[in-house]
Design a binder for this molecule. Structure first.
Ligand SMILES: *Cc1c(COP(=O)(O)O)cnc(C)c1O
Length: 370
């Protein structure tokens, strides 16, 4: 019988049990390590921290197990996303990036790829998609951040592969327990581990997973040359945090279900998106494609003033960007230059008790309405 998510999350990437040793060894903080003074560098023996570190190798084996591919960890999600873009795209190539996805990915593509001779096109996550003729890379983000739209990864991957292109999926919002892009046919699963994957709002992390050994080797060499490695302490914290991923996602999704119900019936709320809600346009596709629905809900209040009143009245909801953490937080996306309505809020459910969260949200929404 295949192991359940809780079991996989707790055991992922742990070394063999050795009496007297910890379950998860602590961070190895070396920059250089001792060399054999006579033989010098030896294969399989760590020599220098930019290329060799057993703490982040353990994290890579953990995330790789959960994603179902070889994992290369990076210092942040953006370091991982840009590694995929810059290693796959050459002058003359075309890339499609999400029009409604994480805004810095689109900003990076627009600022740095045209100068390198790469044509940058955009598509909304829910479609329509342009022709894939001549497309070298299709970068998807599903569910999209912050709109929570969903696309059919398997269908799009088949269409792109038919024309010789590659497909990458930004898997930040679902995490590998929520969705396995490589199983759906994507060439890369790329993500920020800063969000729900590690979930404690205390570190930045990114990764790229792939099943193609050549692509993996290229990504690893890119990281070694650019030096975008995570610090060993962050890698260790991230690995330690993975053990509770199943528990955190379960509570966050339960909170999101209750929160969505309240939002959908509240007069202060103009619109609400959560792919786990049967009335949501993305519900059917989410059920087919995803293993579980994340605890992030997006809703719209009247305007900025309504969001200001909402925050002033809430006692439990932190104003913060990022999402997926233990603490419920909310972010008015327009303040970051995201092309969203002034009153749009990305609401990230934490692991608080559902009744407490719903009670606090209700009174904050009541205050927003005045
Ligand atoms: C946050 C985020 C990123 C960037 O990750 P960092 O760790 O902040 O660099 C990329 N994609 C998505 C969908 C994100 O939410």
């Amino acid at each position: 019988m295949p192991l359940g998510d809780g079991t996989r999350a707790v055991h992922a990437g742990l070394p063999e049990a050795v009496p007297g040793q910890p379950f998860l060894p602590g961070p190895v903080l070396g920059a250089p390590y001792h060399l054999d003074p006579v033989a010098g560098p030896l294969p399989g023996v760590d020599g220098y921290g930019r290329t060799d570190n057993r703490t982040y190798r353990a994290l890579e084996s953990a995330i790789g197990e959960l994603e179902g591919g070889e994992c290369v960890v990076f210092s942040s999600g953006m370091a991982a996303v840009t590694a995929v873009l810059l290693t796959t795209l050459r002058s003359g190539d075309t890339v499609i990036v999400p029009q409604d996805g994480y805004y810095l990915t689109r900003a990076f593509a627009g600022e740095h790829l045209p100068d390198r001779g790469v044509t940058v096109a955009t598509a909304r996550t829910a479609g329509p998609y342009p022709s894939f003729d001549g497309v070298r890379l299709l970068l998807l983000e599903t569910p999209s951040n912050p709109g929570l739209d969903i696309c059919d990864v398997a269908g799009l991957a088949a269409a792109v592969h038919e024309r010789g292109g590659l497909v990458a999926v930004d898997n930040t919002t679902p995490t590998p327990l929520g969705q396995r892009p490589l199983d759906l046919g994507a060439d890369f699963s790329v993500a920020s581990g800063t969000k729900a994957l590690t979930g404690h709002s205390d570190l930045l992390m990114g990764y790229v997973c792939t099943r193609d050994p050549e692509l993996a080797a290229t990504i690893r060499t890119w990281r070694n040359r650019t030096g975008a490695i995570p610090g060993p302490f962050e890698a260790w914290l991230a690995h330690r945090s993975l053990g509770t991923l199943d528990l955190r996602l379960t509570r966050q999704a339960a909170n999101a279900a209750a929160v969505t119900e309240l939002l959908a019936g509240h007069p202060a709320v103009r619109s609400v998106r959560w792919p786990g809600r049967p009335q949501d346009p993305a519900y059917g596709l989410a059920r087919r494609q995803m293993r579980r629905i994340p605890g992030v809900v997006t809703f719209t209040l009247a305007d900025k003033a309504a969001v200001d009143r909402f925050f002033a009245a809430s006692e439990l909801i932190f104003a913060a960007t990022s999402f997926g953490g233990l603490h419920t937080s909310a972010d008015r996306r327009a303040q970051w230059g995201d092309d969203t309505p002034e009153g749009l809020v990305r609401f990230s459910c934490g692991v608080e008790d559902t009744a407490d969260l719903v009670a606090d949200l209700r009174q904050a929404l009541d205050a927003a309405r005045i």
